[in-house]
Design a protein around this ligand. Structure first.
Ligand code: CO
Length: 200
């Protein structure tokens, strides 16, 4: 079963060890990544490859449409571990243009549980209804919603109590918003980086 994957795995180990004989021994004992990636589950948006980082260098959380919902225990557990224990320096929310989750959130079709998961995206669309309605091209409208969704998730992360507490104790931490292009392989930094609590 899955013999090709096991063969790939053995070949990958051989390459890694040939390049760096201590690689696995070193990582076995500790990880000290500088980054937490919050991205989409889409198979075309693999965190390590896109930013060309080796195992051990980026802590990753992925779900459909790269959401950071303030009541989601899975995301919150990842965030707390990354901030409190690993002490990552950067949290990067990474959306991608052409995201199926974004499209599914607003196409009006019923799919089941995923409709509930995608609810926050419909809220973002509602908040920006006029701006989105003014974009005639459907792909461009969805792409703008991908950006607006990332901005909203950056707000969620940067207003989370784990992050606020880290800033309060003087821990350096930045929260960034990027959107990845499937067409070019490049990330677009939305320039919404948050490095300190917002003024109340
Ligand atoms: Co997606």
């Amino acid at each position: 079963m899955l013999d090709h994957l096991k063969a790939n795995n053995r070949a990958w180990v051989d390459r890694m060890v040939a390049h760096d004989p201590e690689f696995f021994k070193r990582l076995e004992n500790q990880q000290s990544p500088q980054y937490l990636w919050i991205g989409c589950s889409d198979s075309r948006v693999p965190a390590n490859e896109i930013v060309d980082l080796a195992p051990g260098e980026i802590f990753v959380h992925r779900n459909v449409a790269n959401l950071a919902p303030p009541q989601d225990a899975n995301y919150l557990s990842v965030l707390q571990f990354a901030v409190d224990v690993l002490k990552v320096r950067h949290v990067i929310v990474v959306g991608h243009y052409g995201c199926g989750g974004i499209k599914a959130a607003v196409d009006g079709k019923r799919r089941g549980l995923i409709d509930h998961w995608l609810h926050p995206i419909r809220e973002v669309a509602e908040e920006h209804r006029d701006e989105l309605a003014a974009i005639g091209d459907t792909h461009k409208r969805h792409d703008r919603l991908c950006e607006l969704n990332v901005m909203r998730q950056v707000r969620n992360v940067s207003s989370d109590v784990f992050v606020l507490d880290a800033w309060a104790r003087g821990q350096p931490l930045s929260v960034h918003g990027w959107v990845y292009s499937l067409a070019t392989g490049l990330v677009n930094d939305l320039s919404v980086t948050v490095r300190a609590p917002r003024a109340p």
